[in-house]
Design a binder for this molecule. Sequence first.
Ligand code: SF4
Ligand code: SF4
Length: 460
Amino acid sequence: MSTESIVKIINPYAKITTGLAAHITEQSGAKSAHIHLVKGSKNTQLFIVNGSRRHQITPEIEARLTRLIELNDEQSIQYELVALGLDAPALIDDKGLQEPPLHALSLAIAQKCNMGCSYCYAEQGDFGGSSKNMSFDMAKKSIELLINGRKKGDTVQLTFLGGEPLMNRQGLRLATEYAANLAADREIIIKFSMTSNGTLMRIDDADFFEQYGFSITISLDGLKDAHDNLRPLKNGAGSYDQIMENIKPLLAIQKNMQVSARVTVTPDNINLAEALDEFIDMGFHSVGFSPLLKSSNGKNEMSKDDLKHLLAGMIACGLKFEHATLQGKRYPFLNMVNALKEIGKATHRPYPCGAGAGYMGVSADGELAACHRFVNEPKGKMGTVEDGIDRELQNIWLTDRHVQKQSPCNVCWARYLCGGGCHHEVIDKGRTACDYIRGWLHFAIQSHERINRLVPGWNK
Ligand code: SF4
Ligand code: SF4
């Protein structure tokens, strides 16, 4: 039976994907620090951690490597790579980046929110402080910090976050116009993005965001009931219907602009496939899922058991992606698109993201933080907009947060794809999602091989 037929059969049956997820979890455990074997229906791939390289191997090589993995004989595994001609100098050393250039900044343009989501990392928008807007003067200085160090032809990213950024619509618009003009003067390419709850969006916002080619992410936690339960307005009323009404014009006119949906997954909205299909049908440019591993008050966090269900749901969605791709259809399931892209280009990186490196968050008062989630948190402090990046704090951060310094990441096969997990989550909560992360990556490596084999050139 062809993989295509299997995909068609498997997809509707959640029980089967639960079984498949359990099997993948078992297969994807952290068994060797240097290699990982990824069995598929037609062949087995050898994933080499150094450089995230993939090679198809014969059953004989597979048997030898399996034996060495069982014996935990890392030295012989390395000899075997040499014998196969697959050894290479270490592409990532254990030294932290030092003073990397800034290329992305997020502004907490409104440190306040009109919603009362129970799990909000920004503690209902104000990050545990008083509600405030960023002044235009502070936004200008932040933009200058981002752009001044760049040279002609560079690309920078300016993101507006909150709270709810549209609670300071005027500040957001002035800052966008200022940044666009300054970047044009310096011949720098600037990209804009914003994450919004969608409740305050107006028709004229759609025109503005289209004009500046924004990437807009709307936070939606599933279909109506699930969303209303998790993301009520401050007065307790549901917000789903209002958001859907508000964002229709954005979805209709997106050309320069892209409008995506982001679902924060909690134990209460784990039915991914239904939301994914519905949001794709509505015309979102992409739809992504992100498990809630750390909330401000411990509410709604995903347990290890919940993450097992999540992996099954993600695999079900991944199989839907494969099915659509086999049929030549676009199916913008963002997690899958990103995972396949990273695997295809053999991403290997020492950090999970750019936080504290090329990317920083700015509080309404102009404090620099490692990222938007560290705003107002001493442990992510990186200087101020007025005084510039505190290079000493930054270098300490980059040395300490390097994936090779993290345990058990330093012996995990997925470390250069994963980067060690979101700093904001693992610093406080530890690494609770490793089985999920490795299971998802293992599935994505299998899937990449299947799609490449069945639909050559699918990603061109
Ligand atoms: S956080 Fe990522 S790299 Fe670290 S052990 Fe878990 S899966 Fe591996
Ligand atoms: S630390 Fe976490 S929240 Fe911050 S940018 Fe990185 S992944 Fe995102």
